[in-house]
Design a protein around this ligand. Structure first.
Ligand code: GTP
Ligand code: MG
Length: 386
């Protein structure tokens, strides 16, 4: 924070105000040159995970102290995972398979939703025993019927590692760690571009917002000057309900929200890129025999080549693409992304689709390269840089 002296000579005052003018000019220059990206989407779609990937790919990643701070959240994620499963066994009519685990179950329920005072050996031993129980696994398989974090299996499978006193979270663990975003976060990073643009370095500002319903009224604060929206969709959510309203299907909520964003008059100038995320979880679900058809009966009439997983992901893309197609003019296929060109008022609008797994750094690196290329060629040309 800057401390402004109360008594200054005239010269000092002039110098000081010149300094402030210089700083404001510098800031405006940076603001004008930075490409501003905004991540939107419903809660738990993967926005913050993408921000974490940008830190890994384009900034310095995570320091030792940041990793250690993450341990608390990972411990809590592990607790909320096992606690939710145990809690939901009676309502789903599922019992423990091994009677020896009753004591561990009682222990966990006594600990309560907030977690233990101390994550000690006794705590981790009880969690390990429960996670190995057949009844607990059966309840886990039915987790679409209640609210369970996506990383439950990932952390519970690693209970021995997480329970160690000298545990230091890896990048993969940090990417799996779940914390709801409240308010608006921003990260800044630089990417190498052709020498002709800003001396070969392009600055990006990326904004992350909370996606749950209560958070969305804050979004408008960051709409000004945004060059591209990254709209993130959790495709594996097709058989789940919202954490904040268990009468609403998560994928249907994402479609409604996407249409609002697409039609928002505040965002007409922004490019739109849809990340059809959580492809790993979608594939696992479909390969386990679950189908999108009971939730989206139109799937029964959807014609596309490929196996069940491929057809499901193409179907989900078509649901979103149809919302942009209302005034569709033409459709072109560019490399891995499909591009829709739509006439909206006076100018063409574009919507790109990518299938992503936000927890997979290689996948995000590739997608970012494509998206970055698109941003440079399309958005920079729109604002007159190219
Ligand atoms: N397996 C898997 N997990 C993912 C993927 N993307 C995100 N996750 C996990 O899903 C959870 C939610 O991700 P977040 O990035 O926190 O979601 P968000 O959109 O920021 O959610 P809000 O802050 O509530 O709006 C985290 O535990 C992530 O690790 C993915 O592609 N695959
Ligand atoms: Mg978030």
């Amino acid at each position: 924070m800057r401390l402004i002296p109360c008594i200054k000579s005239y010269d000092e005052g002039v110098d000081h105000s010149k300094q402030i003018d210089r700083e404001i000019k510098e800031w405006i220059k940076t603001y004008n040159e930075a490409i501003k990206l905004l991540l939107l989407g419903t809660g738990e779609s993967g926005k913050t995970t993408i921000i974490k990937q940008m830190r890994i790919l384009h900034i310095k990643g995570f320091s030792h102290s940041e990793r250690m701070a993450m341990t608390t959240h990972i411990h809590f994620n592990t607790h909320e995972a096992i606690y939710e499963i145990i809690q939901n066994m009676p309502p789903l009519g599922i019992g423990l398979q091994n009677p020896k685990n009753v004591r561990a179950q009682e222990y966990l329920l006594k600990v309560g939703p907030e977690g233990p005072q101390e994550y000690n050996e006794e705590y981790f031993d009880n969690v390990r025993d429960l996670w190995q129980d057949g009844g607990v696994r059966e309840c886990f398989k039915r987790s679409n019927e209640y609210q369970l974090i996506d990383s439950a299996e990932y952390f519970l499978d690693r209970i021995d590692l997480i329970g160690k006193e000298d545990y230091v979270p890896s990048d993969a663990d940090i990417l799996r760690c779940r914390r709801k975003t409240t308010g608006i976060q921003k990260i800044e990073f630089k990417v190498k571009v052709p020498k002709s643009v800003h001396g070969g370095i392009q600055e990006f500002w990326m904004f992350d917002v909370g996606g749950q319903r209560g958070e969305r009224k804050k979004w408008i604060q960051v709409f000004e000057g945004i060059h591209a929206i990254w709209f993130v969709v959790a495709c594996s959510d097709f058989d789940q309900t919202l954490r904040e309203d268990n009468s609403q299907n998560r994928l249907k909520e994402a479609l409604i929200l996407f249409e609002d964003v697409w039609q928002s008059r505040f965002l007409l100038e922004a490019g739109l890129i849809v990340f059809l995320n959580k492809q790993d979880l979608l594939e696992t679900k479909i390969k386990q025999g679950r189908s999108i058809a009971p939730y989206f009966p139109k799937y029964n009439h959807f014609e596309a080549p490929g196996d069940e997983y491929t057809r499901t992901k193409l179907f989900i893309r078509s649901l979103f693409a149809n919302l942009t197609n209302k005034k569709r003019e033409r459709r072109e296929v560019i490399a891995s992304a499909e591009r829709f060109v739509v006439l909206e008022a006076s100018r063409a609008r574009e919507c790109y689709f990518h299938f992503t797994t936000a927890t997979d750094t290689d996948n995000v690196r590739t997608v970012f390269r494509d998206v970055h290329q698109m941003i440079l060629t399309h958005i920079l040309s729109n604002i007159g840089v190219y």
